[in-house]
Design a protein around this ligand. Structure first.
Ligand code: F6R
Length: 242
């Protein structure tokens, strides 16, 4: 594991984008695993900048996202499909047919998840998987306590998550109750993993995940077992690490 310390969010975003860019330069047909959430937005902005400067070409790149809400239409402004188009895909020369997310519109969970695992296998697996981390150590929608040996699967969102997300929807009833997510096994199959973290509020979990025991109680702790993991975090997120 490598830890790269950044000064602040902007610096973290630049450093993470440089790592992704070097992957694409070294392998123009790379398969990138992508994440949503607030942390990678700055990284995506930096990648767009590099593309606009003519320094990066996404025409042969394939992407597979970590997760998607079940039951949201693609054009719903809270779907991860929508997020990825707004924050990255619509601003670079990636081929839309080379961008994949679990299909949240598929009602049959088993089929949706099996289809997604097949897509990941067919594109040849993930070269570089970008991750954020939840305050409880979740990666993707893999919440504390779930078993490590899962491929893409359907999860029930906790009441806490539904309550936290209801501000983005007309009411709590409109918040999706389930999501499709790559499992820990899917994530661990990636050839390289890049986790980004920023801010004081991530400091405790970064210490636990990367320096505490490896346990399903802290899903990200499994990353300690991988050699090719890079943590890019700012000073605030690393403030509890000696
Ligand atoms: C996103 C995802 C989540 C987030 C995590 C951190 O696709 O799967 O695990 O990475 O919740 O979110 P932020 O970056 O908003 O703190």
């Amino acid at each position: 594991m490598r830890i790269i310390k950044a000064k602040d969010y902007e610096d973290m975003s630049k450093k993470a984008a440089n790592i992704i860019a070097s992957q694409v330069i070294m392998k123009p047909g790379a398969v990138l695993g992508l994440a949503t959430g607030s942390t990678p937005i700055g990284t995506y902005k930096q990648l767009i900048k590099k593309y606009n400067n003519g320094d990066l070409d996404f025409s042969q790149v394939t992407t597979v996202n970590l997760d998607e809400y079940k039951g949201l239409a693609k054009d719903h402004d809270q779907s991860y499909y929508y997020f990825m188009h707004q924050n990255l895909f619509d601003h670079i020369n990636i081929k839309p047919e080379r961008t994949f997310l679990p299909d949240g519109t598929q009602a049959d969970s088993d089929n949706a998840c099996a289809d997604y695992d097949r897509i990941i296998a067919e594109v040849g697996g993930v070269d570089l998987q970008l991750l954020g981390i939840g305050h409880n150590g979740h990666i993707g929608f893999n919440e504390p306590g779930s078993v490590f040996e899962k491929d893409t699967h359907c999860v029930d969102l906790t009441e806490k998550t539904i309550q936290a997300n209801k501000r983005f929807f007309a009411s709590a009833d409109d918040v999706p109750k389930q999501a499709y997510t790559m499992g820990i096994r899917t994530i661990m199959m990636a050839r390289k993993i890049l986790l980004v973290a920023s801010g004081e509020e991530k400091a405790e979990i970064i210490k636990e995940a990367f320096f505490g025991p490896v346990t399903p109680a802290v899903q990200a702790s499994i990353l300690q077992l991988r050699k090719h993991v890079i943590l890019v975090a700012d000073e605030a997120a690393l403030s509890q690490v000696k």
